[in-house]
Design a protein around this ligand. Sequence first.
Ligand code: OAD
Length: 233
Amino acid sequence: MAGVRNIVVLTGAGVSAESGLPTFRASDGLWEGHHVEDVATPEAYARDPALVHQFYDARRARLVEVQPNPAHDALARLDAEWPGELLLVTQNVDDLHERAGSRRLLHMHGELTRGWCPASGGRCGWSGDMGQGAVCPACASVGRVRPDIVWFGEMPYGMDRIDAALARADLFVSIGTSGAVYPAAGFVRTARYHGAQTLELNLEPSHGSVFFEESRAGPASELVPRWVAEVLG
Ligand code: OAD
């Protein structure tokens, strides 16, 4: 692709939809039967930790039943073959990008497969249920470990690294995200401000489509492999 050396890709729930993981903003406004504010805020966790743990334990259990789809595979191919800079920023808390083989990857909203203990400040890999009785492997405190997920009202991870990559980007590509949640929804404007080309790949035009120079509509499993083949020439 002429003149493109540094690429930033942003993914959202749409990239994992065809693997069988539901997106957030379905027409009923619920996420797996819950209002987001009942399961994805620090206030919800303080009010009803059992419900929040149950919710994320179920999401973690579901991971072992699903597989990366051709969109994840194509982004892993891009990672392996692209000679310039690449940063894949995902809003997803599933592990499908890394299971497909992506390495230059940043989980800005955290990961289901990790726990965070506010008592020790430590983070650790986590498989299986966490629940309210989880023991921190670093400080042995019981019941303090929580899912290492960025909830609404908390600061996303890696913002300095993301901002630096956006400032250097020649191409910014957004895949399968509604553009409803900031700061991710603002990345397209930051990238444009710094002179990057911008492309959206989404099932349908998103809230933020107007900010992209080009927007392609269709399923990620088709659009992403086609775009990666174009980029790699
Ligand atoms: P959303 O559920 O808001 O949006 C998913 C987008 O994917 C929609 O625009 C769909 O049209 C599109 N889509 C669905 N199926 C697709 C497919 N097969 N191929 C391509 N696109 C498809 O999910 P996100 O934008 O990821 O935050 O949501 C952003 C954040 O809001 C999440 O990370 C989460 C959530 O609340 C936190 O948990 C902090």
